[in-house]
Design a protein around this ligand. Sequence first.
Ligand code: HEM
Length: 381
Amino acid sequence: MASCWQVTEKQGFLIAPNPVTDPLPFLSNTERSAVTEIMDVASSLSQLVADGRCREACLALPIPNFSGSDVILDERAAERLHQAYAFLSNGYLWQPGAEPTRQLPRTLAIPFVQLSARVKRPPTLSYTNTQLTNWRRLDPAGEISVENIKAVQMFQSLPDEEWFWVLHIVIEARGAPAVIAGTRLVQAAKMNDIDQIEIQLEIIRCGLETIIELAGRMEEGCRPEVYYETLRPYLFAHPDGVVFDGVEAFGGKPQTFLGQTGAQSALIPAICTSLGLRHARSELTTYLEAVRAYMPEPHRQFVAGLEGQVVRDCVSSTVSQNPVRTLYNSCVEKVVEFRRLHLGLAANYIASRMDNPRGTGGTDFMRWLKHMTRETTEQML
Ligand code: HEM
């Protein structure tokens, strides 16, 4: 059976074919009753958060054993459970009205770490939990659109939170043809097939236009102040690390992770890599490499396997007025346009609301988002 993380032309990096929203049918009998209880709490997370009862509910959870390979029989069910624990954990750590804590109780820590070993990603909230696996279709036969997609797991269930997740999910799906075109572009460049290069560059240009148009709709459903005040606080990892109670492998030592961020999406990195765009080694590139550990493993390999330099070499060898060169440059311009728009979002939703702004990954993000935009502009041919 194909992995749920195969990259497809219709859904790109989104879990395929659909997320599993109820893991129960995919569990061995031994853990079903415990998981029923856990999923009930995960489904009521917004209410528990609003009532200030999230910690109390998490402390009372049973501790299932997910360590055997025959306990969860479907990769997507393991993802749904990982997602439930990721949301519960951040709800627990950052419960509003209570002192933040770095101590994750054994009821969350033990199963979360077992599930993390299974999905091969760290035991912390990531873009995979909040976007790639966080959707269902209203019309099962309908497409992935803002009208037809609902989020499965939320912290507050405010329309703004749902819009924030859903818009990213739709961007992933609508950007998918550009990702697949990127792989074909590299193949075409290896064969010096100019006609094919042109065709694939045009698909990438259109894909980037769609991504820009959708990203520009953020404020339509997600108010910046609501995002900043009610959603963003849940997206951080504890800066001093989290202590996982009862997890012997960690020996009581705090584990430090990066916070949830759009930088954990493989979409823009895949498109940029296939165009052969590069950034000089710096604190920024180190950070962008570190966030790859939060992507599903096949996506890390997908991006790493894109040999975009051959595309740049091939396009550079054409004369300056050549249509292929013009088209390549218009793709680079679109990446710059996305980064400018994105910089505006980061300024409006975050930086303008705080002194000394730091991203959920702890970086001085305004400085480096500007830097990346500038470096992209310099790569026109
Ligand atoms: C209100 C909406 C958004 C805000 C406030 C926002 C904020 C940020 C911030 C602060 C960073 C810096 C990295 C960090 O601290 O981890 C970042 C990076 C990034 N974000 Fe967003 N973002 C938003 C929407 C999006 C969208 C729609 C996408 C599209 C997939 C996206 C993709 C990225 C990427 C790829 C990076 C890495 C830098 C780059 O390649 O340009 N973000 N974002």
